[in-house]
Ligand binder design. Sequence first.
Ligand SMILES: CC(C)(COP(=O)(O)OP(=O)(O)OC[C@H]1O[C@@H](n2cnc3c(N)ncnc32)[C@H](O)[C@@H]1OP(=O)(O)O)[C@@H](O)C(=O)NCCC(=O)NCCS
Length: 421
Amino acid sequence: MSDALVQQGLAVERVDNAARAENDPWLSAVARGFLEEEPGEVRREAFVGHTAHRRKLGVYDATSPQPEIPVATFASWPSELTVPGGSVAASAISAVTVAPTHRRRGILRALMAGELRTAAALGLPVAVLTVSESTIYGRFGFGSAATVANWDIRVRRAGWIGPEAPGRVDFISREQARELAEALHERVRASSAGEIALPEGHLNRFFGTSPDAEKAERLRTIQYRSPAGEVDGIAVYRVVENPDDFSESTLELSWLLAATDDAYAGLWRFLLEMDLIGRLRASELAVDEPLWWMIADQRAATITITDHEYVRILDVPGALASRRFGAADTIALEVDDPLGIAGGTFVLTTDADGGAVVDAVEAPPANAPVVRLGIRELSSLLLGTVSAVTLARAGRIEADDPTRIARVFQTTEAPRLSFWY
Ligand SMILES: CC(C)(COP(=O)(O)OP(=O)(O)OC[C@H]1O[C@@H](n2cnc3c(N)ncnc32)[C@H](O)[C@@H]1OP(=O)(O)O)[C@@H](O)C(=O)NCCC(=O)NCCS
């Protein structure tokens, strides 16, 4: 256990996933940390079920008037992160809270340092999380790795110029959509850098199919079926009426999963051409959505870009060798890791097929261009969300030849993570 916490009289305990008596106060602390209301019985019961696979930690203060409620929470579980052309085992982190009564005493620092060292010791090459605030995790070596786009489209102005999808769109029940979603997400995530395996419980939340679902009756679910009869896409949305003008309602799209280009075109066109809808809002889209090239009036869409998923490399050879690269070359990386987990000097040799060999070395070889960078910046380069040229121009990395480094790391599509966890 961290000395910093022991000195404060605090104890870190693992929550027994089978014990409601431990899960209930832990969930109370998480809800309070995220400014939510006190969870009711139905949510508590559902929570135990869908977080049974998570490693939950609580920090307890025996001198508190409610000693059973942890003053800090932290959860993680082994997951899989899609990287360009492959995937890598990852520690997914969630439910990070410290009570306002105990903030800024180093509790998060102690928990995170412990988590990252544990994950590295377990052989997980990266840790991943989505963030409430951009400024929290950089100090622990996390780099902004999948940027996402939030769209607000005036649909009548957009004008569909995309292809005509040959299949059909039908309404399905929320339960049917939930049944289809898992396999569809597996298909989508295999080729979408930034996605992780869907955490348990997410599908029920997305489709309002668990007993604690709120306002589930507002959700509408559709599927796209190819002429061959294969369901290749689904979407879930809700409509918010405009009380001043019934024909100017807003469609809020919460998730669109398309495993083929036809399904993508079919579902988006359906959503953009619905009667009584004036605006469509969607979040956690890719920054390079083909949709932008499927509408006649690109200014019909107001697009806001935001950081979303952060990655922390814990093992440089393990993380880099898991992905495919954009050019054959040999480059040297001098990686600084303030937490002393993954730093060092490495030679990355890539081949024409995108494969890579990564060797830890004492010093960079004389004939290879060197890039000197922090673990945070290398973590941002992993998924291809930013070019090494951009990072060099921003003063975030030092490279002998930024263009050569950028060609090696370049990817054909922007990474994206389509949900929060
Ligand atoms: C974010 C949170 C977990 C931080 O916990 P904490 O125990 O107060 O953090 P620590 O005392 O260990 O701080 C560690 C470092 O992070 C910094 N930090 C902590 N919270 C920060 C924040 N919200 N924004 C920016 N920096 C922050 C501290 O200044 C400190 O910096 P330093 O060590 O470089 O001087 C806590 O404020 C919280 O629960 N917030 C509400 C819930 C939330 O947003 N959780 C994150 C979900 S992704």
